[in-house]
Ligand binder design. Structure first.
Ligand code: NAI
Length: 334
């Protein structure tokens, strides 16, 4: 039987996920929506023949909602995820799981107490074909041990509301999770470097920024985060191993030869660059719930990312290499 989905937060990505669930994913459809922007959410509910709920809590409690998607603003994620756990309902929460590690830990504790994995975090890089191929090469040791990773996360422009800490909290968080998953290793330290700034930034945003992460076995990662690069949405991940290097290609289905040039386009935004990863992420989420075995990024992964994120903030403020320490991973997530 198809799963009834309730979506909390019907902004940009909420609408995309609703379309994805209703039009692409097998085995689920959206029956309920909720948003503090009542007028817009009610209109959307009418369009897709779903029920509108005044609050996320009412939506979660509804017998017409079997599983929950949280795509509201970051500070609201924690309370809705905790509420879903309280009702024993599977919940997909867009990143970040909570705004800090303490909030993520409360979710981990609630899930451990419930004794069942119910939470999946929206770290969709894990569903990208390129990253999956990188992971296979690393796991099979095709080119020996990985030693260093050179990565970049570039956006064409960022607006006035995008501030210095968001380079990690909103942007670098994707790499923080994806690289830990690729290498299957936790981080032990973070260091932040604030290089010469682009003239395209504003007073409250240091752009670009560099993050250096070190893993338990000593692998070093350098990540450039540059959100006003002007030329496109550009993601790089080159893994240097003992006998070879493997890196992400820019996905392109066509190339152009004209006026003496031969080129492919760069994706303009994350929606275009990762559309297939988002589709696959939801397809597998629904399938894993149907089979009763969640396989995606867990609340523990959300917590590990948040601990790293907190360390990056400290490293930026102090200019020092900051140690990262996770408590013992609960058995539920092993
Ligand atoms: P948005 O601002 O377009 O939409 C958020 C919606 O949440 C708005 O409609 C707002 O009215 C609603 N909202 C706020 N507080 C609420 C509450 N208490 N209850 C119910 N609804 C509430 O933002 P956007 O871009 O859609 O992002 C939403 C979330 O998705 C953010 O947490 C963001 O970090 C995450 N995100 C993840 C991405 C990924 O690549 N995995 C990409 C883009 C966003």
């Amino acid at each position: 039987m198809d799963l009834k989905v309730g979506v909390i937060g019907t902004g940009a990505i909420g609408i995309e996920h609703i379309k994805r669930i209703n039009e692409k994913v097998q085995g689920a459809y959206v029956t309920a929506v909720s948003d503090i922007n009542v007028e817009q959410a009610q209109r959307l509910a009418n369009q897709i023949d779903a029920v509108f709920f005044e609050t996320g809590e009412e939506l979660i409690a509804s017998p017409d909602v079997a599983i929950v998607v949280v795509t509201s603003w970051d500070p609201t994620h924690e309370k809705y995820v905790l509420e879903a756990i309280k009702h024993g309902k599977y919940v997909f929460c867009e990143k970040p799981l909570a705004t800090d590690s303490a909030g993520c830990k409360r979710i981990v504790d609630a899930e451990v107490k419930a004794g069942k994995k119910l939470v999946q975090v929206g770290f969709m890089r894990r569903y990208d074909r390129g990253y999956i191929e990188l992971k296979e090469a690393i796991e099979t040791k095709k080119f020996g041990e990985p030693l260093m990773l050179h990565c970049a996360h570039r956006n064409p422009t960022a607006d006035e509301n995008y501030l210095t800490p968001m380079a990690i909290i909103n942007t670098g968080i994707h790499e923080i999770d994806a690289l830990r998953w690729l290498l299957q290793e936790d981080y032990v330290s973070a260091q932040m470097i604030l290089p010469k700034q682009t003239s395209f930034t504003h007073e409250k945003l240091h752009d670009p920024q560099m993050l250096i992460l070190e893993t338990v076995s000593g692998i070093h990662i350098d990540l450039e985060i540059f959100v006003n690069c002007q030329f496109g949405y550009d993601i790089k991940c080159d893994v240097v191993c003992e006998t070879g290097e493997i890196g992400l290609e820019d996905p392109a289905y066509t190339h152009v030869k004209a006026k003496g040039k031969n080129y492919t386009k760069i994706a303009p935004d994350w929606q275009t660059r990762f559309v297939e990863a988002y589709d696959y992420e939801f397809e597998l989420w629904v399938r894993s719930i149907q089979t009763g075995n969640l396989t995606g990024p867990t609340a523990w992964d959300g917590y590990a990312a948040a601990v790293t994120m907190d360390a990056c903030g400290k490293a930026r403020d102090t200019g020092e290499r900051t140690l990262i320490q996770l408590p013992e991973c609960p058995a539920l997530y092993k």
